[in-house]
Design a binder for this molecule. Sequence first.
Ligand SMILES: [Zn+2]
Length: 182
Amino acid sequence: MTGTVTTLTARNADFAQHSFVPGASMMPALQTIVIGCVDPRVDPAHVLGLANGEALVIRNVGGRYTPAALQTMATLRLIAQAEGAGTGPGWNLIVLQHTDCGITRLGGHPGLLASTFGIEEADLPAKAVGDPRAAVAVDVAAIKDNPFLPAEFIVSGLVYDVRTGLVETVVAPSLLRASTAA
Ligand SMILES: [Zn+2]
């Protein structure tokens, strides 16, 4: 086990020597937030080619829009304000889910799933836990329904296929809310 840590700290020494860019901003260079899954196969840095400092990444089981993910986004907004940075036009919010997700193995734990989403067990079917294409659409719709999220955010929903390495744009990028909406 210590062998793994030794390997990783050696990789870090290589990173610090060859790849580290000093002075990078706390605010993401691509003005992008990704909500993704903790699955080791779907790290957005790898599958979307994100460079260090380009995006804020929130990871949970499933890459789902949950009360905890929302709280993290609200916290990030406060940090951005403290940094004197806006989170308005030009920002992207990407929901990245994937095939063969471990969350599909949790059918026997409806109480855990319901509590993760902050809903009643009876309402779990609406979260489409077994179908990433449906689930990513559910989550983008829920994000667009939240009046407290910035209207100018560009929201999209992607599904990564663990068999091919390819991402499918299931929900095309669009404004979180039309500015003229009532
Ligand atoms: Zn997953």
